[in-house]
Design a protein. Structure first.
Lengths: 119, 135
């Protein structure tokens, strides 16, 4: 099955990003495809390469980057939501790209299941 | 909106599939950004010629209440966007009657024409959808 995911909450502040990541890992582990993860609202903060959590904490941003590198998951950050929160090309982590909301709707159209992680 | 123009370009490349998209609005219009940024997605999905409907429940029903005054908050009053939805062929707006009643609101206090449905009817509408996005 082909999944599209939407993440609407920031990392560390809310569990949504962790749950979405665990969901993606589990789906890929079962042989499914995760076509795209779209980051919206404060979810765009999952993409900032300036993130430096304490060493004994998980690194949410690097985890996403690795997921993209290992499984070809398309990580898309909404340009308008990103600009509002200071996220631009210069500070997105590897594996993320900035694009428009059309990418969210397209993922909804093309995936077999579209799953939203938010408050 | 620049994003609408961009979406129209992408739409030409997308499949000609029409899916039933329902946007579920559960939060008050101001205080958090969910309602405002949620509306942006609604407009883009309409540009993709999808079968779009909106559901309003819980505090989400406040999004449609007439007479919002946002000047003191220094945020944009986006009530006009709900009135503009018709122009994007987004005409299916469902409001949960129980949520209205629990807040002492009546249909005639709302900005735009809606269909007031029961929680049970709302559940049936949700069952018919292909994609449900909640904000």
């Amino acid at each position: 099955m082909n999944f599209g995911l939407l993440i609407n909450e920031g990392p560390y502040n809310h569990q949504a990003a962790d749950t979405a990541y665990q969901f993606a890992r589990a789906a890929l582990g079962k042989g499914h495809r995760v076509q795209r993860v779209f980051f919206y609202n404060d979810g765009v903060n999952n993409a900032t390469r300036l993130t430096e959590p304490p060493q004994d904490d998980r690194h949410i941003v690097n985890r996403w980057s690795k997921l993209a590198a290992d499984h070809g998951v398309d990580l898309v950050v909404c340009v308008a939501a990103g600009l509002r929160r200071g996220l631009v090309e210069d500070n997105v982590a590897p594996g993320f790209r900035i694009s428009g909301l059309g990418q969210l709707v397209e993922a909804g159209i093309e995936s077999d299941r579209f799953v939203v992680f938010g408050d | 909106m620049a994003q609408v123009a961009e979406a129209l370009e992408q739409e030409q490349d997308a499949q000609s599939v029409v899916k039933k998209f329902m946007f579920v609005n559960r939060k008050a219009p101001y205080g958090t950004i969910y309602a405002l940024e949620g509306l942006e997605v609604v407009l883009i999905s309409a540009a993709f010629d999808q079968d779009v409907s909106l559901a309003f429940l819980d505090d989400g029903v406040y999004q449609l209440v007439k007479g919002q005054q946002t000047k003191g908050l220094e945020v944009k009053n986006f009530s006009p966007t709900y009135r503009a939805l018709e122009g994007y062929d987004v005409e299916k707006l469902y409001v949960e009657g129980e949520s209205l009643e629990a807040r002492g609101l009546r249909e005639d206090q709302l900005l735009v024409p809606v269909q007031v449905v029961s929680a049970q009817e709302m559940a049936q509408l949700m069952e018919q959808q292909d994609v449900i996005i909640g904000f």
